[in-house]
Structure formats: structure tokens, C-alpha cells
Ligand binder design. Structure first.
Ligand SMILES: [Cu+2]
Length: 71
């Protein structure tokens, strides 16, 4: 299991996070998503044998919240 943090500059409130969470939970292999609105970061736990940070990034971009990966 991997945990990656994504900085999402456009994530401004809880509604943004709900949209993000709903989209990411549909990715097979994503197990947990937490957010820190103050730093505009989302931490995603996923099984790296089923998905990848690239797939998460792609999904975020598609729903209008392009991320910056910071490790
Ligand atoms: Cu919002």
C-alpha cells in the first residue's frame, strides 16, 4: 500500500473535497482519502498493484482539479 500526497490548488472547501473523494473512490485500488483544506492537500492510500499516482492525477485533472504531486 502506498500513500501519496497531492496538492490541489483549486480545492477550496469541503464541497470540492466531496467531489474529489467521490471520483477517487471509484478508482479500483484506492482505499483511503483524507484532506487538509488549509494546505490544500489530499492524501490518497492506494494499492500500487491495482492503480498508480498517475491514474489518480489523471482522474483529478479530468474532474477539474489538476494536482501537483509532492511525494
Ligand atoms: Cu469548494
Amino acid at each position: 500500500m502506498l500513500a501519496k500526497k497531492f496538492t490541489i490548488p483549486k480545492m477550496a472547501c469541503g464541497n470540492c473535497f466531496n467531489v474529489i473523494k467521490n471520483a477517487l473512490t471509484k478508482i479500483n485500488g484506492v482505499n483511503g482519502i483524507t484532506c487538509d483544506l488549509n494546505s490544500r492537500t489530499v492524501s490518497v492510500d492506494f494499492d500500487e498493484t491495482l492503480t498508480s499516482d498517475a491514474a489518480v492525477s489523471d482522474k483529478l485533472s479530468k474532474i477539474g482539479f489538476p494536482p501537483e504531486i509532492n511525494g
